[in-house]
Design a protein around this ligand. Structure first.
Ligand SMILES: *Cc1c(COP(=O)(O)O)cnc(C)c1O
Length: 456
């Protein structure tokens, strides 16, 4: 399988090239040249373990020999606390898909443990080096750092918006003192960090000179790893209910996680609805409701990993919406970059339903779910859970993606319940550790200078 760019201005590349390239050289996002329908495999796949299923799904998309892929997959998920990696919990009228049992307690580990091992493997094959530059609103950074810390041939530079992640998230990044890890605290929001990254990646001379790659969800390897749990959860719930179809409620920021669900559906998985849940930063919800995708200010919320306006994976989805017509897509993206808005009014996509939760609703949901079900939702999962309740259907069980362990956001849990209920030994152990981090102005030139200085 070859990989193409949404902008259509590069020659197709292999899977390994796509992983190392990250963002396509023409500024677009990389996608497989086709998405195979695998419905005839489902009976064979239904009862596989998570790792066996991951291997079967990934094989379709990679250029890596089977035995090597299996080793990479096994290594990636051996760091999880659960044998079945992403357990599905029965919760009265919905199912909770717990994606937070990896080393940093957020769903991003599912993809980044895999991506780290994949980078290491490809670089060893190529005898190459990679310097990862990543922007984070909180969870990507620590998950990416834990995916590559201590690995040879790889260094990682992580930009987070200074003071805008939770204290725990910050410590999970800055307390990693491996020599290949560099943290930067940027004066600005996550969108500023993301735009610095885009600007640096568009300087191809710089990108090549310093072998830059990315661990953000613009990397296809992340989307691929996330496709797996849509299949896994769907098979589990179908087994328990005999339902033909399921729905997924997905707390959404950069549109990476829910886009993986979209790919799963394109592969033939019977998904009734993808319920896109946002906090007050609801640009995506507005788009799916009325076709307008227009920027507004980033609002700070209890779910900081979703405090995003420019969703980097959205371009992948748009590409399919304009029937893979790259020139139409380029026009739309250009319009968006000039005016901060674009519109697509033809044929609404019925696969998606949307909704938002504000601060009070998020707190109420956390408290109610604890009182009624004795189950703690983190604030991101709470947003999804709140919106899910408005999109229930008797024939299509709802699976809510639980994207973080509540202990990562203990301040919100205290605010919601009045009690300090959320703990995890891995996080309690962070207190008092020494840290390393560089303050940065909101400037791509300054970030470039820092990177160049570290690599000199
Ligand atoms: C990153 C993140 C999200 C949003 O996922 P996207 O792929 O960016 O849409 C939701 N919840 C948590 C806890 C996250 O870390």
């Amino acid at each position: 399988m070859k990989y193409i760019s949404t902008r259509g201005k590069i020659e197709p590349v292999s899977f390994s090239e796509a992983i190392i390239m990250g963002l396509a050289r023409d500024g677009g996002l990389l996608l497989p040249d086709r998405i195979p329908d695998v419905a005839q495999k489902f009976d064979e796949w239904r009862n596989l373990s998570y790792i066996d299923l991951a291997y079967e799904i990934m094989r379709i998309f990679v250029d890596i020999p089977d035995e090597d892929l299996r080793t990479i997959v096994e290594k990636s998920y051996s760091t999880f606390n659960y044998e079945d990696v992403t357990p599905v919990v029965d919760m009265v009228n919905v199912y909770i898909l717990e994606l937070f049992h990896g080393p940093t307690l957020a769903f991003k580990d599912v993809a980044l443990q895999f991506l780290g091992n994949l980078f290491e493997y490809i670089l060893a094959q190529w005898d190459g080096e990679l310097n990862i530059l990543t922007a984070t609103s909180g969870d990507t950074g620590s998950a990416a750092i834990h995916g590559v810390r201590g690995k040879e041939r790889i260094r990682i530079f992580v930009m987070h918006p200074k003071g805008k992640t939770s204290k725990t998230q910050e410590l999970q990044m800055t307390s990693v003192l491996d020599e290949n890890v560099f943290n930067m605290a940027v004066a600005g929001t996550f969108d500023n960090c993301q735009s610095i990254m885009k600007s640096i990646f568009s300087d191809l001379e710089f990108k090549d000179r310093y072998s830059l790659g990315t661990a953000n969800s613009i990397n296809w390897g992340r989307v691929l790893a996330q496709v797996v749990y849509y299949f896994y959860a769907s098979f589990q719930v179908q087994e328990r209910t005999d339902a033909q179809r399921v729905r997924f409620a997905v707390p959404t920021g950069n549109f990476g996680d829910i886009f993986a669900g979209y790919i799963a559906s394109k592969m033939g998985l019977p998904v009734g609805k993808l319920v896109l849940a946002t906090n007050e930063n609801n640009i995506l919800a507005r788009f799916f409701n009325n076709g307008d995708y227009s920027l507004s200010q980033v609002v700070e919320t209890l779910s900081p990993s979703m405090d995003i306006q420019v969703a980097s994976n959205f371009e992948r989805y748009l590409y399919y919406r304009v029937n893979k017509n790259s020139s139409v897509l380029c026009d739309l993206m250009e319009q968006f970059s000039k005016t901060g808005s674009l519109a697509l009014h033809e044929n609404k996509d019925d696969l998606f339903e949307t909704g938002s939760a504000n601060r009070q609703e998020t707190l109420d949901v956390i408290r109610n779910c604890m009182e009624k079900n004795n189950y703690l939702l983190d604030p991101h999962t709470a947003v999804g859970y709140h919106v899910a309740q408005k999109h229930l259907n008797a024939d299509e069980p709802m699976i809510c993606l639980a994207t973080a362990h509540p202990a990562k956001f203990s301040e919100a849990i205290i605010e919601a319940t009045g009690n300090d209920l959320a703990h995890h030994p891995a996080l309690d152990a962070l207190k008092g550790l020494s840290t390393r981090c560089q303050d940065m102005p909101d400037s791509s030139a300054a970030v470039k200078e820092y990177i160049a200085g570290r690599l000199a």
